[in-house]
Design a protein around this ligand. Structure first.
Ligand code: NAD
Ligand code: GLY
Length: 348
């Protein structure tokens, strides 16, 4: 299966996302595979078997979001220099979103930019992070604050890699699938309500549907000047939750699940979403054991923390809200009192 990303507004190279097509990949160039120690042990041999290259090197980084930093980025660049990669060489990001974001960033700055291919191995990175060219690292000021837009040359999603994912990581990916359906595709949402994603063929269908949505959105708005921001549904709240819990309690997708429920409370107050629709979304999230509640320590402090979000331009908070199931609204003029009211209601 192949889904194309064709840019309509910007001049980045178009590319394709392949699902379960990685039997053989011939690359007539020098290649550096960037992975982490976990994925290396589990799946590197499978990738190496499929690859035909001029020369192939591997750098295996430590595993974890806490390593998505300058130091690890330097390790990737160091490997590029050590193996004498040139401007025609290629990086392969082989891992979850952490590896994908860091490798893409390294590719964008090594010798002013070289090509890279994404081979995402988590559900979250297959349905979201690997497509669209957002790359980056974290620093003391926050997540993904340093980075670039740098599109991959191709993306290869192999569902077989997902078989070894821990259940929580799987569900975190499902949260992003539900996000796509709620904001863009009512039929897909209804389909998700009636299909179990632990069944292989359903999972493959859901991955394809999500990538189609992401590809369509990114094609229209590569630089997030408009509609791409809708992909951040639930994220404004999630970033505060992740920050308050020091990135240790929830996986990103889990925080997004809670964030979607919070955003829905607000959407209900604004008359954009019915209580029944909000309940359906929550029920679907809970079916995948995703958390849907969070004890907000202080509602005012939670509100203030929104202003740290890099998406809140000019001191206005940009809320992404579901407008019915399958629709969306971006609003930067939601009254503070209404937000506080919704936060108080979700306070458990
Ligand atoms: P991750 O990359 O940390 O992977 C999660 C865990 O799963 C890691 O321990 C990893 O080693 C392990 N893993 C990977 N593949 C595996 C497999 N097949 N079997 C068993 N274990 C496996 O996390 P993630 O959820 O994939 O990605 C989160 C990151 O993605 C965050 O840094 C986030 O900022 C970023 N992100 C980027 C975008 C984007 O558009 N660029 C979008 C969403 C998220
Ligand atoms: N994950 C949000 C985006 O790619 O824009």
């Amino acid at each position: 299966m192949k889904i194309d990303v064709i840019f309509t507004q910007t001049t980045s190279q178009d590319y394709s996302v392949y699902i379960d097509e990685l039997t053989q990949l011939t690359l007539n160039t020098k290649v550096l595979i960037v992975t982490n120690t976990t994925v290396q042990k589990l799946h590197l041999q499978t990738l190496l078997t499929a690859l035909k290259t001029n020369e192939c090197f591997v750098v295996a980084l430590p595993d974890g979001e806490s390593y998505k930093n300058f130091e690890t980025l330097s390790q990737i660049l160091e490997a590029c220099f050590e193996h004498r990669l040139d401007r025609k060489s290629l990086l392969i990001a082989f891992g979850g979103g952490v590896i994908g974001d860091m490798t893409g960033f390294a590719a964008s700055i090594y010798q002013r930019g070289i090509n890279f291919i994404q081979v995402p191995t988590t559900l979250l990175s297959q349905v979201d992070a690997s497509v669209g060219g957002k790359t980056g690292i974290n620093n003391a000021y926050g997540k993904n604050l340093i980075g670039s837009f740098w599109q991959p040359q191709a993306v290869y999603c192999e569902t077989t890699f997902l078989k070894t994912l821990p259940p929580r990581e799987f569900s975190a990916g499902v949260a992003e699938i539900i996000k796509m359906a709620v904001t863009f595709d009512k039929d897909f949402f209804q389909w998700l309500e009636t299909h179990d994603l632990s069944v292989d063929e359903n999972l493959k269908m859901a991955i394809a549907k999500s990538i189609e949505t992401k590809a369509r959105v990114v094609s229209m708005d590569e630089r997030e000047e408009g509609i791409r921001a809708v992909l951040n549904y639930g994220h404004t709240f999630a970033h505060v939750i992740e920050n308050q819990t020091k990135y240790t309690t929830y996986l990103h997708g889990e925080a997004v699940a809670i964030g979607m429920v919070m955003a829905n409370k607000l959407a209900c107050k604004l008359g954009l979403l019915s209580l029944e629709e909000a309940k359906r979304i929550q029920t679907l999230l809970e079916r995948y054991a995703l958390p849907t509640a969070y004890a907000i320590p202080c509602v005012e402090a939670f509100y203030d923390a929104f202003f740290l979000d890099k998406k809140s331009a000019h001191a206005k908070i940009k809320f992404i809200l579901a407008k019915g199931i399958g629709g969306h609204l971006i609003s930067d003029n939601v009254p503070k009192e209404l937000v506080l009211e919704s936060l108080k209601e979700i306070h458990v």
